[in-house]
Design a protein around this ligand. Structure first.
Ligand SMILES: [Fe+2]
Length: 414
């Protein structure tokens, strides 16, 4: 090879290097200049006349929603952003909207349309006199697919229901293994995307969500009432109370219990139905122990006529017979487990904790065989619970995540 050939060869190499570098810079530049949706919108605090819509982008300063009753939403509402460096959280709160209406919405950051279409809608709470509504409940959800998690299957089943529930409640252990925000998208928001964009979701904290500081994790992901650990909200003729049972011992116990009783006193005079939900079980015949901190709440459930108590923690399904303040089965109902009248001073406790994972290598007791003799029904399958309310009648179903079969059902007619 001559000297000039060697020079030419090196020149070619340098040019190739420069061209590669500039292409890479352009790509990086493009990536930086383009606003990308990192998390699809999800609904929070959706009530009679307001709703909050949240989403995440890679960048952005100016954020808004357009909403309206037709497929081409046109009313604009600006929101706020929180810049966390590699991601920007947008929150838009729409106020003064009509009761009992369906609105479509489109989200924008820095004037770029990021998401819109038939699936992007919210429904406001209807009038209390005539309305029927439904909600889903599930616990122990955000398990990664690689570990056998199935939140995507459960959420598909919910998405395919003939009528979409009006909202959902989460019974703790929302993100495995340790409640970290860094896994929130992969393990929860992505698999539940089809329902989070049009069904508001109100989670409670579980022990796994407490492995890390909720202040830097759970509280960042959700926009919930009160202090987000224990809170309540109303829907039509029902009142919902979420509690935080932390690692089996109540968070901020003294204040939480005081707040809970005060909330119950107000609710029982105003609403036909009271639902309380949290993560740990009280009495149980699952593989979990009985949690005394929950059993200590039984007198309050009974005194203030809580109808149904929903919890997760055990990755299975278990419905107990109505219990009294002391946690004893109210014998009147033991042999009639499918059709209850008004249950005075008693409540039904249900473990519905297999929304995203199931306990392997374990079999539940046949009802009656557990020495405590408290179980009305159980099923060891991935599932969610669906509760339909029409005035003073409630229909409960536990529904399989995979086939959609009804695993258990009962009604209460007051
Ligand atoms: Fe748990």
């Amino acid at each position: 090879m001559t000297n000039s050939q060697i020079q030419f060869f090196f020149l070619l190499l340098i040019m190739l290097f420069i061209s590669c570098k500039s292409t890479k810079t352009e790509v990086e530049h493009d990536h930086q200049s383009e606003t990308i949706l990192l998390r699809q919108p999800y609904l929070q605090n959706a009530y009679a006349d307001s709703v909050s819509i949240l989403w995440i982008t890679n960048k952005g300063e100016n954020t808004y929603v357009k909403y309206g009753k037709s497929g081409e939403p046109d009313t604009k509402v600006y929101g706020t952003v929180v810049n966390e460096g590699n991601k920007v959280r947008s929150t838009v709160t729409i106020k003064d909207i009509e009761r009992g209406a369906t609105y479509f919405y489109a989200i924008y950051t820095d004037d770029k349309l990021l998401a819109s279409g038939d699936d992007y809608f919210f429904r406001t709470e209807p009038d209390s006199d005539v309305a029927k509504f439904s909600f889903y409940a599930m616990g122990d959800i955000g398990e990664p697919l690689i570990k056998g998690g199935f939140p995507h299957i459960t959420s598909n089943q919910i998405n395919n229901l003939e009528r979409k529930p009006d909202f959902g409640i989460g019974l703790g252990d929302i993100i495995y293994p340790d409640g970290e925000s860094s896994f929130a998208d992969a393990y929860l928001f992505k698999p539940m995307e089809p329902i989070l964009k049009n069904i508001p979701f109100y989670p409670a904290l579980g022990n796994h969500d407490w492995h890390v500081d909720p202040n830097k994790n759970f509280e960042k992901e959700w926009k919930l009432p009160n202090n987000e650990h224990y809170y309540s909200f109303d829907y039509v003729n029902a009142h919902f109370i979420a509690l935080d049972t932390r690692d089996g011992v109540l968070y901020d116990a003294e204040n939480q219990v005081q707040w809970f009783e005060k909330d119950l006193i107000q609710a029982q005079a105003k609403y036909d139905w009271i639902f309380v939900y949290f993560h740990h079980n009280g009495k149980t015949c699952t593989y979990k122990r009985d949690y005394q901190s929950v059993i200590d709440l039984y007198p309050l459930f009974s005194k203030y006529n809580v109808d149904i108590v929903l919890n997760g923690h055990a990755h299975t399904y278990e419905r107990l017979h109505p219990l009294d303040a002391s946690g004893n089965v109210i014998e009147t109902y033991r042999n009639n487990i499918y059709d209850y009248p008004l249950i005075s001073n008693g409540f039904i406790q249900i473990t519905t904790g297999a929304g995203g994972k199931i306990k392997k290598n374990w079999k539940p007791y046949v009802p009656g065989a557990c020495m405590k003799n408290i179980v009305a029904a159980n099923a060891h399958r991935g599932h969610f619970s669906l509760l339909k309310i029409a005035g003073k009648r409630l229909e409960f179903q536990a529904i399989s995540s995979i086939g959609g079969e009804v695993l258990d059902a009962f009604v209460i007619s007051k």
